[in-house]
Design a protein around this ligand. Structure first.
Ligand code: SF4
Ligand code: SF4
Length: 496
């Protein structure tokens, strides 16, 4: 019997609540069925992706450095950095809105490798330090900052260090912790948290057919590789969409569900809101901004000069020495070598931007939550702050895409697309994200029972927060073109 005819004969009873009152379109059943049927072949996808990623990281290291006439079509080093930062990064991000964490569940070679290592490893219980919600936040911040000091967006050896290093860590964690699980993916992967937070905005989710009350639960036993108790599943964050809990013909398990973009954030009070996500969104927005601005702000060069002079005047000449190449970009063959001054300035600048953005978002969100309380908002100030913090998800997402995915725009410009057009595209993305953030904020306030007039008043500070963040990106959107960026890099090289 074909599985589709089988499906017709077994009525699937889906409990109705806010999460699973579902529109089930025929194509979704077909997708479920397809994955169910081909799940054993996923290993070939993982192997192909693994080989491709490793090749793109290692082979370019043995090829020549790009000269002035080089482009992505005649230089493997440039092609490799473009594939990683110009295609892979923005596409994986954009796909979160339309397909959730499908990258993680179906394509990611690192996730597959950690799970494979886990099968042959010690399978120890996952320790508390790894389960701490702050671990992936720290992991993201460390990798992003190290990526900047190593110049990961332009240097192939830095890419190998960052991606190869995280792959090694993923394997180590896989070897030691969990039983047929992906402890790395849930608890430590810097990309996983990023995709997880923004998957709450996605138009699809996996929802329980027979949901149970009580909210999300952590389950080290069971089918889910990221420790989700599937019948209690209330949030998308940790679901890597591996389809393992999906059996189209079964009355239990999860099913693929289509929903309105951002619906989960509108229902956030019932969807396991979490402080780690709020901190992550606030901190990551700022650190990404810092990672872009230090390259293009003329003031950064002035401050660098002043700090450098201060050190020299105090006889601390070591500040001008280059450091180890695993910590900072040292490439004399390309006339670029950061010294300790660069290293410290880049980190300090990124941290200051991070604190600035976090302060702005915290202050405006706090004011908004306080006003909500004055106009009939339910629950405590802390709960309202937590809930309305999620309204910044769209602006945080766009900030990170533009900040870390600038290679795509650079390549578009090199391919002849007018720089102004690219700038208008970026500003449209920002405007869209601000409007979306305001929309989410309005409905979160409505769900808190805030009166109509109160909603408009409470929205003013939070909308201001989104606008300030967008304005901080102004130099990156309109103020700089990539030819200028190259000039700054050359300037840096001369200074060092
Ligand atoms: S969480 Fe990280 S390692 Fe795991 S599948 Fe996703 S991107 Fe890959
Ligand atoms: S909930 Fe289901 S689809 Fe999501 S990660 Fe767990 S097993 Fe995979």
């Amino acid at each position: 019997m074909s599985s589709s005819s089988h499906l017709k004969k077994i009525p699937i009873k889906i409990a109705t609540n806010s999460v699973s009152s579902a529109r089930r379109w025929p194509w979704m059943l077909k997708v479920e069925e397809w994955f169910y049927k081909h799940k054993n072949q996923l290993i070939f996808v993982h192997i192909t992706m693994f080989v491709f990623f490793m090749s793109m990281m290692i082979i370019p290291l043995f090829t020549k450095f790009p000269d002035v006439n080089a482009n992505i079509w005649n230089n493997l080093r440039l092609l490799s950095t473009f594939l990683f930062w110009g295609l892979w990064f923005p596409l994986v991000f954009a796909s979160v809105i339309f397909a959730g964490r499908i990258w993680c569940g179906v394509l990611c070679p690192m996730g597959a490798a950690t799970e494979w290592a886990n099968k042959i490893g010690f399978q120890r219980p996952i320790p508390a330090w790894l389960r701490w919600e702050g671990t992936p936040v720290l992991s993201f911040l460390l990798i992003t900052i190290l990526g900047q000091t190593l110049d990961v967006r332009d240097e192939n050896s830095a890419m190998l260090e960052i991606f190869g290093g995280t792959l090694l860590l993923a394997l180590i964690i896989g070897i030691f912790f969990g039983r047929n699980k992906r402890a790395w993916c849930r608890h430590a992967c810097p990309i996983g948290l990023l995709l997880g937070v923004f998957s709450r905005l996605s138009v699809i989710e996996f929802a329980p057919k027979l949901p149970q009350k009580g909210g999300d639960r952590y389950a080290e036993r069971g089918v889910c590789p990221t420790m989700i108790d599937i019948n209690h599943k209330a949030e998308s964050r940790h679901c890597i969409q591996c389809f393992r809990c999906v059996k189209p013909a079964s009355p239990g398990g999860l099913f693929l569900r289509f929903r309105k973009a951002g619906e989960e954030i509108l229902q956030i009070r019932h969807r396991n809101p979490n402080w780690a996500e709020i901190w992550f969104m606030f901190l990551a927005t700022g650190v990404s901004l810092g990672g872009f601005l230090w390259l293009i702000l003329p003031q950064y060069q002035t401050w660098r000069q002043q700090v450098g002079n201060w050190f020299i005047n105090h006889g601390w000449y070591w500040i001008g020495n280059t450091g180890p190449s695993w910590l900072m970009s040292v490439h004399p063959e390309q006339h670029q070598a950061y010294n300790w001054l660069d290293f410290m300035m880049i980190i300090a600048f990124m941290l200051v931007c991070m604190l600035f953005c976090t302060f702005v978002l915290c202050a405006t969100n706090a004011l908004s939550s306080w006003l909500a309380g004055k106009f009939n908002g339910d629950r405590t100030f802390k709960s309202r702050f937590l809930e309305s913090g999620y309204q910044f998800a769209p602006i945080a997402m766009i900030s990170i895409i533009i900040g870390l995915g600038d290679q795509l725009f650079k390549q578009l410009q090199l391919s002849g697309l007018p720089a102004d057009l690219i700038s208008y595209f970026k500003i449209s993305l920002f405007l869209l994200s601000i409007v979306w953030s305001i929309y989410l904020g309005y409905h979160i306030l409505k769900n808190q029972g805030v009166t109509k007039i109160g909603r408009f008043l409470a929205l003013i500070p939070s909308a201001l927060g989104s606008i300030i963040i967008a304005a901080a990106w102004w130099p990156a959107i309109f103020g700089v073109h990539f030819s200028m960026l190259a000039e700054y890099r050359a300037h840096l090289a001369i200074l060092s």
